[in-house]
Design a binder for this molecule. Structure first.
Ligand SMILES: Cc1ncc(COP(=O)(O)O)c(C=O)c1O
Length: 454
């Protein structure tokens, strides 16, 4: 362990200076790890740990560092890292209370703190899945249970054969993991009704309202807080209004990073009405910077949540008085995610979380402002949160060349996307340690790549 801590410390000390992207593909690292033959004899643990660190080093991405702007990725706060080291040493199976009362208590406390921070109903039940994607699946499974139960059908017992149809409505800019959740749950990716979105990717509540008028029977609406490209929010209050006239409807909100707008008085208006939904999914490993992995799902109707997720077995000791973590997520044996989550929230406090979210948004605005001054640079989105979309020379090829140039340069790392048919660079400012100097250095490297490929 001392060797591991020393290696980790060296890694963290060099994080800021490192080439941000990886220097080697997995196929080359495989060979450095010894290829596919199982070693016949064991190796001393210290040697194993040292060799591992050395072998994989070129494939480690500095995504924990301050100039990584790809996807929507957070780093790890010092307190969360400390808690995670202990979690590894404790090696608790976080599934059952009987396996770890400590893990159950940490999820209980951190879960309640999350509800409070995010402005969600205090009585909602909470699960910590691997990420927001699986959180979407849990929320939708709870919806499936409740909508069909109200229609007199037991989905868990009877499956979907012969069940009343659930009409699923979602914005045309819904995240890919919503589709996979529908795919896992037998609701069908292809038979959903896609509600038109506006130029920023926000579901149009007027169109949703009209579509709902034609729905007879159970209706599931999936809204989004924070579009993965633009950062835009579906109008949650208006969406909740549209559902009001429907007597068997459920609203799930996918807010993988956007739900965190609730911690800022300045940004809270973006999630206005969020508390009126029935289930919510977000991530702690993104904007909270609690380290990988930790998702979060909350369901207003705790009974529906448990009915959709919980199983039973004669040997699985169930406590009626205590929390059973596994009853709120699809996995049984699991890492005790609550410790790092607890540590991250406790180290920041409400005030620190507000500051972190606002700082990232300010840095996104700063980067967009500086980039917009470059010749031939266009910002494609309204920068309302921490996401910026940039296009160069009004050309797909040029834009992709700039993205490659920045990645190769190594000062920063950011990825690309296609927004409304045009190639764009995506900047997501989500790391707790990013400073103005990091933002400025990154903008300089982007503009350098733009000039080099102009
Ligand atoms: C809106 C949205 N939903 C879901 C996800 C999936 O999150 P995860 O990969 O943590 O499961 C993301 C990831 O960026 C997202 O932006």
């Amino acid at each position: 362990m001392d060797v591991a801590v020393e290696l980790a410390r060296d890694f963290l000390a060099g994080l800021d200076e490192r080439h941000v992207g990886a220097g080697m593909p997995a196929s080359a690292i495989r060979e450095r790890l010894g290829g596919s033959s199982v070693p016949e004899r064991g190796t001393d643990p210290i040697e194993v740990v040292r060799d591992l660190a050395q072998a994989v080093a070129p494939g480690i991405v500095a995504s924990a560092g301050p100039r990584y702007f790809g996807f929507v990725v957070g780093g790890v706060l010092p307190a969360a890292l400390g808690a995670d080291l202990l979690t590894a040493a404790w090696s608790q199976n976080g599934a059952l209370h009987a396996l770890s009362p400590a893990a159950a208590a940490a999820e209980d406390v951190a879960g309640a703190w999350m509800l409070d921070l995010l402005g969600l109903p205090a009585g909602a039940s909470v699960g910590l899945p691997t990420g927001a994607g699986l959180g979407n699946a849990v929320g939708i499974a709870a919806a499936r249970h409740a909508l069909l139960a109200r229609a007199g059908w037991d989905a868990e017992e009877r499956g979907l054969y012969g069940a009343p149809e659930i009409t699923v409505l979602l914005g045309e800019e819904a995240h890919a993991t919503v589709d996979t959740a529908l795919q896992y749950l037998g609701l069908g990716r292809g038979r959903v009704t896609r509600v038109p979105a506006d130029g920023q990717g926000r579901l149009r509540a007027d169109a949703l309202s009209e579509m709902l008028d034609g729905v007879d029977g159970p209706a599931l609406v999936i809204a989004q807080a924070g579009n993965v490209n633009t950062g835009a929010f579906d109008p949650l209050g208006a969406v909740a209004d549209a559902l009001r006239a429907h007597d068997n409807a459920w609203l799930h909100v996918d807010g993988a990073f956007g739900l965190w707008a609730a911690v800022s008085p300045r940004l809270r208006h973006l999630v206005e009405g969020v508390e009126r939904a029935d289930s919510w999914s977000t991530d702690a490993h993104k904007w909270l910077n609690a380290g990988y992995d930790c998702g979060f799902v909350a369901v207003r109707d705790a009974g529906a949540h448990r009915a959709a997720m919980a199983g039973s077995g004669a040997y699985l000791m169930r406590s009626d008085a205590e929390r059973e973590n596994w009853e709120y997520v699809p996995d049984s044996s699991r890492r005790a995610r609550g410790f790092a989550l607890y540590a991250a929230i406790r180290s920041l406090g409400r005030e620190g979380m507000r500051a972190l979210v606002e700082r990232c948004c300010d840095l996104a605005t700063r980067m967009a402002g500086q980039l917009a001054e470059g010749d031939g640079v266009a910002i494609l989105n309204d920068v309302v949160l921490n996401q910026v979309l940039v296009r160069f020379g009004d050309s797909d090829d040029h834009t992709r060349a700039v993205i490659n140039g920045v990645q190769e340069g190594g000062t920063a790392w950011l990825g690309g996307t296609t927004w409304q048919g045009r190639a764009a660079m995506r900047i997501s400012v989500s790391n707790w340690s990013t400073t103005e100097a990091d933002a400025d250095l990154s903008v300089q490297s982007i503009l350098r790549a733009h000039r080099a490929h102009g």
